[in-house]
Design a protein around this ligand. Sequence first.
Ligand code: DAO
Ligand code: DAO
Length: 290
Amino acid sequence: MVSLRFPFLFSQPTNLPGTPQNHHRNASSRHFSATLAAATGVGAAAAAGVAVVSQNPNHPFLQNAVNLLFRDHSSPPWGSLSLADGSAPVVESKTGVSFPSVLGNSLRLLGIGLRKKSILGLKNIDVYAFGVYANGDDLRKLLSEKYGKLSATELKDNKDFNNDLMEADICMTVRLQIVYSKLSIRSVRSAFEESVGSRLQKFGGSDNKELLQRFTSQFKDEYKIPMGSVIDLIRERGHILKTTIDGKEVGSIQSKLLCRSILDLYIGEDPFDRRAKEDVEVNAASFLQK
Ligand code: DAO
Ligand code: DAO
């Protein structure tokens, strides 16, 4: 039994892609879910797919995932749609934060999620919503030879595929949109010493304090990151991690280990939001079959 969830919601068409403070807390939204019994074959999948698609014809991720289910069979009755057709921004359901489906022309939104933080084990706060983007041409060029023949179901939870997504020289961006109103630079530093620091140690082995120090020293004490701030963590070609805050570059570091460690927070073994990771895998897989 394979369960695919689609936790995405649709913003209003008035959202401007790339607008930094595009929170739509009152956006009407629905939560869709489709459970597809792979073992029972195309019939069940078609029934589930039609039911969900008919509720929301503009859902880019959903269309894409449904297309994937049919790729080895006949086209679905409502016609073939691809991620490229879905240009509507996608809204994270709990926070109402909106993500453009395309960033800078070439980066496609693959999944969105929420970063929470537990405070003294007492309460969980929502810190930021995030969207994971990748360049579709890079995905195809670098991964289709190895994985192009596998279905989305086979690629979901496939460790090699997941590792290659994080390690290959694919342009990717993780966009963070802050939803917590009391974020201090001090708490940000200590949070990423813990989150990024543990990954640097895991993948780098030896002492990586210097790299973490270089990363955190980009973020000066005087920076403010109020609610609504947009931070882009951009992996450029050559494993360069460039960081921007509200569109302004704050620093750039060339390190494959750092890029890999940052991506691991979102699509690695123990991600902040498991659903986001699954959606990224399924949607990344869809690029390999085009
Ligand atoms: O106010 O003590 C508090 C809670 C602070 C939580 C900080 C979590 C920071 C997560 C990293 C944010 C990166 C932009
Ligand atoms: O959520 O634990 C985490 C790690 C987030 C890593 C990204 C940090 C970028 C922080 C920019 C802060 C600007 C002052």
